[in-house]
Ligand binder design. Sequence first.
Ligand code: CAO
Length: 529
Amino acid sequence: MAKKAKRAAARVTRKAAAARRATAHAQARGPAGAAKPSAKRVRAPKKALATKQSMLAAEARAARSATKAARKAEKRSAKTTKAAAMNGNGHLPKPSTKPQGQAGKALEGVRILDFTHVQSGPTCTQLLGYMGADVIKVERPGVGDITRGQLRDVPNADSLYFTMLNGNKRSITIDSKHPKGREILDRLIKQCDVLVENFAPGALDRMGLTWEHIHKLNPRMIVASVKGFGPGPYEDCKVYENVAQCAGGSASTTGFREGPPLVTGAQIGDSGTGLHLALGIVSALYQRIRTGRGQKVLCAMQDGVLNLARVKLRDQQRLAHGPLKEYSQFGENVPFGKAVPRAGNDSGGGQPGWILKCKGWEDDPDAYIYFITQAPVWGEICDLIGKPEWKTDPDYATPNARLPRLKSIFGTIEEWTKTMTKFEVMDKCNALDIPVGPILSMKEIAEEKSLRDTGTVVEVDHPTRGKYLTVGNPIKLSDSPCEVQRSPLLGEHTEEILGKVLGYSASEITELKGSGALTPQEKSRAEAA
Ligand code: CAO
């Protein structure tokens, strides 16, 4: 009986090792080649071990004794089960011995079927490209992404609107409504890991690319969408950036109390939602390692904006318990209404701040600095601006005492900041750990050397428009270097993708070209002109 228990324990250990090998193998192949959803190849170690453990337990009970070796083996397998459960996808491969930055890129092996246009979706797929994914952008023949021709600064060249959102991608033109085009798309679906789209609600279904169709062709595919609104009364609406800023609570809380709601220059509706979507996609890719199957990822722009404006929903709830004392309207004795008001340049946190004029403000619209009266450095601020008496004056010495008189305090600080440039104020304040920030113009940012050095602002060369600046990857990974590439010309990689990715022969490609699935129909050609 003891022998039986030993054999059972050995079988458990062998199973655990096999499961470990299978998982490591699946990981090495990357998500594009992830294991079958049937989970035959990547056995869930936890389940296998649990079954075997219970067998072992049964046999051991029957034997009424177990050898020392059997108990050791049982302990080992229990540990394995626990570890597998803890990291969620089994065992990781051994740590690479290559130096950081030389072991490939984070999303290498992941292929994206990029059906995005305008800004929200392209932001997401560009980021995935920066992380090493192979992004195949599908565009309508002859027309392409509408932004190619919008806000053009160089005649007959793709606009900066397009080029700055579509780097690190390949472009293929396919008429998704042409029967042959549908065939090509079906092949692409089988070859890709993620389909990303931000069409108007229902457009993907109208192309015949329903979730059911996609999932049947490729059960591993993740289908990621940006829509204006989530399920509800507005779900069928088309949405652009500013609509999302308004519907997500940003516009009502931005601007000055006396003025109308204001939209911000930062594209929190489009680029912000694209960023949210990218996180959804990589999470779904990670879960797929364990489950072997894809899922739908949906980011509504209203939700994305609200997520970024969550401090204002915080304030809405605080309002039920009294005035918002850090808002300058409190100090000005202006009563609060029922909803969170616009706060001008008040700091959103617990440390009051305001934008103050600096030397040259009369001629330079950006000669300003954001100044924060952080409580721990209040003494340093008082000394610096020549008001040492405020350190002990009961009207100024504590944060609560200062709240009703913030406007006059910032007025006094401004008299001091106006005597210097914003960079001189920066130098003086930083030396004392006083948090301040210069208002930088886009011109200053474009010329800022440190942003070039870190790859946040990158110059790339383009065959028709020449050199242009773009924003590189704002997310820096130490083991996944980012090389920013120019955006593709319309259909630049059509043949390459048909041949190398989809395996069409030269004669089949010629046939496809003649079918009209890759070339503009007369109507779209006229529209594009
Ligand atoms: N071949 C053939 N047809 C194609 C095609 C291709 N390769 N690519 C797109 N099309 C078709 C679509 O199928 C759709 O046709 P139908 O309406 O007949 O089904 C048509 O082109 C237009 O798509 P659309 O409705 O998405 O585009 P639009 O310009 O009318 O609307 C937008 C643009 C952004 C308002 C809408 O796409 C939308 O609301 N998207 C979701 C929210 C979003 O991402 N907004 C942010 C945009 S950035 O500011």
